[in-house]
Design a protein around this ligand. Structure first.
Ligand SMILES: [Zn+2]
Length: 311
């Protein structure tokens, strides 16, 4: 059965015709189960990866070209890296690095796990298939007006970041229930009306209330119309969201090229091959001594050693 019509793992964009707002809503379940089955992470790490996946899917739906959204939390804590990548085709993959022997409580905050020294950072990258990537970086914690440190949740970090970088109010809700992740993004649109702020505030309050009280029933179109009852809601067709890993032997070989022949040669001499595993999906790759030699011969053909000296 088609998963979209069955109601699972779908994303829908919407517009309020009579208020300055547009949004996206997404539900992930089966795709998250598939993405997680290659990993064995502590509960607190799984919870954060789910949130990042929900957020990444929302952001990926706004991509205007072939590109990836990469969300990373980086630091020196027990979880030095959390990473989710989502594409404009609404596929995603995820992984985390967790220090061996780390003991994480199930309610540990993002900052406590990733950057307990206060130096953790949250990195948002938009990487077009062609062209230069764009990157934004924010601290995992911030200070409020009273100088108190506030630990950022994934939703708050992104709300702050998007509101500042796009110069427009943005709200994000992320919630989990069992294996289900639900997420919603609301963006304020420019409006010349003097009373636009109360209209936006009212829309946010409506979203806040229903999102925190109800599990969103399908179809989303009806739920959205129910939530924003005073407005006319237009929706896009539901789109499926899927787990998919883009790893390939070609990418493995490219990565080995970057590491370099000198660094890898001892491994080939010891093992007779290079065995590696995709961090996202666990797929095993093996590069034989012959393929290894071929890889660097090809490289040499393009850039013969000493070629610059000969010129
Ligand atoms: Zn993979």
């Amino acid at each position: 059965m088609d998963k979209v019509s069955a109601g699972y793992d779908q994303l829908m964009r919407f517009w309020l015709d009579t208020a300055p707002a547009r949004g996206v809503v997404v539900r992930l379940e089966e795709s998250l189960t598939q993405a997680m089955q290659h990993h064995d992470y502590p509960e607190a790490v799984v919870a954060l990866l789910r949130q990042l996946a929900g957020a990444a899917a929302l952001l990926a739906s706004n991509l205007k070209q072939s590109a990836q959204v990469i969300l990373q939390a980086q630091g020196t804590g027990d979880v030095p890296l959390l990473c989710v990548e989502a594409t404009d085709a609404l596929t995603f993959r995820l992984y985390a690095s967790v220090r061996e022997g780390a003991i994480l409580t199930s309610d540990a905050s993002l900052e406590a796990m990733v950057g307990p020294d206060g130096n953790g950072r949250f990195v948002l990258t938009i990487a077009p298939t062609e062209g230069q990537p764009y990157q934004g970086i924010v601290a995992l914690s911030r200070k409020n007006e009273d100088g108190e440190t506030i630990n950022g949740s994934v939703a708050h970090l992104l709300e702050d970041y998007l509101s500042n970088s796009q110069q427009t109010d943005t709200r994000m809700w992320l919630r989990q229930d069992g294996d289900v992740m639900e997420a919603m993004l609301l963006e304020r649109l420019p409006d010349s009306a003097d009373d636009a702020t109360p209209a936006w505030d009212a829309v946010v309050a409506q979203a806040d209330q229903t999102f925190s009280e109800h599990f969103m029933p399908f179809p989303y179109s009806e739920w959205l119309q129910f939530t924003f009852a005073q407005h006319t809601v237009r929706v896009s067709p539901a789109q499926a969201v899927k787990f998919s890993c883009s790893c390939s032997m070609e990418r493995v070989l490219n990565a080995l090229k970057l590491v370099g022949e000198a660094e890898l040669q001892p491994l080939i001499e010891d093992e007779g091959k290079i065995a590696t595993r995709c961090e996202f999906c666990g797929k095993a790759y093996e590069v034989s001594a012959a393929s290894f030699a071929e890889l660097f011969r090809r490289n040499d053909a393009l850039h013969p050693p000493g070629s610059q000296l000969l010129q």
